[in-house]
Design a binder for this molecule. Structure first.
Ligand code: ADP
Ligand code: MG
Length: 348
């Protein structure tokens, strides 16, 4: 409980207001059961405890449902989920409408990102996941998947291997060796659905923080936004690299510090370049702002796998999307719209 309150306070401090006027005291609630991370719902709207609790219940129910639908490690008695789809690879599997809609959007994200965010990379990601697990169980036994293993796995990663039949309400992974992994897109997509559930209930002045995947809904009552810290990827436990003021937008970061293992003195993180099949090495972190949390999540991974020219050109081509790139040497570049939101170091 103490840890819970400390975490809640830490998250609240990161989300102090950018404005100078007095606003109602925020309310916060945390959950530990979704997407292997800590989730927070904050209200700055000055609503009653009863209204806040009902809104939290709606957000929590949505996150819980998508958590189960997207789980690739466990199946559930009341639904076919992505674990079922992987297990039955080769067969048509009846799926919930929400999951079919999500899979279609995942394919659209593949197209938008030139294949750099590919949910059908599962066979390759599995090799990296197993290596990470082995290193975590016994650091002395750490290994890196072999080139041969990676190249063989990569033969089963075509996006067209995922077939969706909306009429029949089914999906099929055509190749039994292929697998889906939605780690790059699922959480952000679910957060957007939770934000939708909140908006449908009239919630305004709310912030969702689902494992650092932030979704601001509306503004604070005085019309100002929230100050949020962008982690320093080179010192993730230390101070923030910078602060930005956000309102009515999703803010998602991908970084080398999030999940990694070390083998023979080299660090291997969890964002895999679909071309090299190894961890992408251009950046230390990328933060994306977008009007849709799913888009921000998909982009945060995809931009990581592109050189800066391609990465910044994609951001510039997308209306309402801004980004900040932090390079391995600590240097920072921001799109113009992102730069405009950066707060001076001496501002509160
Ligand atoms: P996080 O899950 O830490 O928020 P990301 O959104 O960047 O970070 O997603 C990383 C996860 O996405 C990895 O753990 C892996 O499961 C998956 N992944 C890694 N690289 C790719 C890629 N190029 N395309 C699709 N999925 C990827
Ligand atoms: Mg992502």
């Amino acid at each position: 409980m103490k840890r819970c309150i400390a975490l809640l306070l830490a998250a609240l401090i990161c989300l102090s207001g950018c404005g100078k006027q007095k606003n109602p005291e925020p309310k916060g609630k945390s959950y530990f059961t979704y997407f292997d991370t800590v989730s927070y719902v904050f209200s700055y709207a000055g609503d009653s405890d009863k209204a806040f609790d009902a809104n939290c219940a709606a957000a929590s129910e949505t996150l819980g449902r998508y958590h189960r639908l997207f789980d690739i490690y466990h199946e559930y008695a009341d639904m076919n989920n992505l674990c079922t789809l992987n297990r039955l690879a080769g067969e048509s599997v009846p799926l919930e409408d929400e999951l079919l809609a999500f899979l279609q959007e995942a394919k659209d994200m593949y197209t938008l990102t030139n294949g750099q965010m590919n949910v059908m990379l599962g066979s390759v990601l599995r090799l990296w996941h197993e290596a990470r697990e082995a290193a975590s169980a016994d650091p002395a036994a750490a290994y890196v998947p072999s080139d041969e293993q990676l190249r063989e796995a990569a033969r089963h990663t075509g996006i067209d291997l995922l077939e969706i039949d909306p009429e029949a309400g089914t999906a099929r992974i055509r190749d039994p060796e292929a697998a889906i992994d939605v780690g790059a897109f699922g959480k952000g997509y679910a957060v957007e659905r939770a934000a939708e559930a909140l908006r449908a209930r009239g919630a305004d002045g709310y912030v969702l923080n689902i494992g650092g995947n932030i979704r601001a809904i509306g503004t604070r009552p005085d019309g100002s936004g929230w100050s949020t810290g962008i982690r320093d990827p080179l010192e993730p436990e230390g101070a923030f690299a910078l602060h930005i003021c956000i309102a009515d937008v999703a803010c998602v970061s991908s970084g080398v510090y999030e999940r990694y293992f070390t083998a023979a003195g080299t660090r291997y993180h969890h964002i895999i370049d679909p071309d090299s099949l190894y961890p992408a090495d251009c950046y230390a972190s990328i933060t994306v702002l977008a009007g849709d949390s799913g888009l921000a999540d998909a982009l945060s991974t995809a931009l990581f796998c592109m050189d800066y020219e391609e990465s910044s050109a994609l951001v510039a081509s997308l209306e309402g999307v801004e980004a900040c790139w932090i390079f391995p040497d600590g240097s920072v570049r921001s799109s113009p719209g992102f730069a405009a939101l950066i707060e001076e170091a001496n501002e509160p």
